[in-house]
Design a protein around this ligand. Structure first.
Ligand code: NAI
Length: 377
């Protein structure tokens, strides 16, 4: 990995005199930069993995990483996953992601978000931000004051909070998984264990409750748990127990890497279908699940609802939530197809999903033809 300083830009120097943007060469990535602004305490990375099918859209994660190496590893893994997610969802977008090393509860403020938005401007539209863990629709509005390359704003033209569409896509993915396991997608009497009750997990719990599921939930934030116990009669378990509980579906909706040899040894579920990005710690963990007969709904397919909704902003006719919902519904069919190929070809579902994403990339399926007019938003 070699650091190459990029040329100073007059505008950056004027508005953010201390902001330094450095390009980092990483094999297989189109463009990765590190942004540091000592005045605003910004330390961020933005990774554009691929723009082959369109500009790279991916959320901004604000998280107190232990060190810069962990942040860089996370952003590159997440950006790669976005390329696959966009390719399978056929939204005419590429794969990218950004991370800010900060505690969103105590270190997030307007000047930090403004100087971060200036780093987004470096990409001139090849990277588009959205919300992710630690960032909100309100943060997007603050960033929009400095950069036009921001999606998921709470405006008429924009698509707003993506998490209700992500949660709806995960709900439909759980139905597809149940259908493959039991020959019916009914939730009645089925037990779903949710890890993480944030933007997505909380909405998913609501959809599942109204469709008759029994819930087991956990979160590291103890304050959230009481609400779920009383509102949904959910069984509460400590965070480490969620991997062991007997259930039909385990739905990871917190951080990545939760499917690994250690957790796989304890899983007591028939299927795994949740929102978290990069659920498999290693590629080989998808094979382990297949060997154990646990049906896995690949994360970059089942959690695409938010991306599908954000991409709808860029449609020529403008944003329409009905079209977003209908396209998100299609996650059920995409997963059903993956499950059928997996059975027919005796391959893990994660392997099948990788192959479909590679095919769509190579064949430029749904590649964006017209450039996005960012002035509209
Ligand atoms: P969030 O930050 O709103 O919620 C995450 C929740 O998980 C929080 O309540 C947090 O306390 C909890 N949590 C963190 N570590 C935990 C642990 N070890 N055990 C139990 N709970 C834990 O995030 P959001 O937006 O709900 O996203 C959840 C996951 O879904 C993330 O991996 C995110 O990247 C992914 N995702 C989210 C999308 C969206 O539209 N928000 C879109 C696609 C993926």
């Amino acid at each position: 990995m070699v650091d190459i300083p990029i040329a100073d830009n007059d505008r950056i120097t004027k508005r953010f005199p201390m902001l330094k943007i450095q390009k980092i060469e990483i094999e297989g990535f189109e463009d990765v930069v590190e942004g540091i602004d000592e005045e605003t305490n910004l330390h961020c990375y933005i990774a554009v993995h691929s723009t082959k099918l369109g500009p790279a859209l991916g959320g901004t994660r604000i998280y107190p990483y232990n060190n810069p190496e962990d942040a860089l590893e996370d952003v590159t893994r997440l950006a790669k996953a976005m390329t696959k997610k966009s390719a399978i969802a056929e939204v005419g977008l590429g794969g990218g992601k950004s991370v800010i090393i900060a505690d969103p509860r105590t270190q997030k403020n307007t000047s930090l978000l403004h100087s971060f938005a200036e780093v987004i401007n470096y990409f001139q539209g090849n990277y588009i931000s959205a919300e992710d863990i630690g960032s909100t629709t309100h943060d997007m509005a603050v960033m929009r004051e400095v950069s036009p390359y921001i999606s998921c704003l709470a405006t008429k033209q924009s698509s707003g909070d993506p998490s209700r569409f992500t949660a709806w896509g995960v709900f439909r993915g759980i139905q597809a998984t149940l259908n493959n396991l039991y020959g019916s997608h009914s939730l009645k009497g089925k037990t779903i264990a949710i890890q993480g009750l944030g933007h997505v997990g909380s909405k998913l719990a609501d959809y599942l409750f109204w469709h008759g599921a029994d819930l087991i939930v956990t979160d590291v934030d103890q304050k959230k748990l009481d609400h779920f116990k009383h509102t949904y009669s959910a069984k509460i378990v400590p965070p480490n127990e969620i991997f062991r509980v007997e259930c039909d579906i385990f739905a990871p909706c917190a951080m990545g890497g939760v499917i690994n040899p250690e957790t796989i040894a304890h899983f007591n579920c028939k299927g795994i279908a949740g929102a978290a990005n990069n659920q498999l710690l290693h590629r080989s963990d998808g094979e382990l699940l297949f060997e154990k007969d646990i049906l896995y709904a690949p994360d970059f397919i089942i959690n695409a609802g938010g991306l599908i909704n954000a991409a709808m902003e860029f449609e020529p006719g403008g944003y329409d939530p009905i079209l977003s919902r209908n396209k998100t519904d299609h996650i059920y069919d995409i997963l059903t197809n993956v499950f059928q190929i997996s059975e027919r070809e005796n391959k893990s579902t994660s392997q099948v999903a990788e192959e479909i994403a590679d095919h769509n990339l190579q064949q430029a399926v749904s590649k964006r033809i017209e450039p996005i007019d960012f002035a509209v938003f």
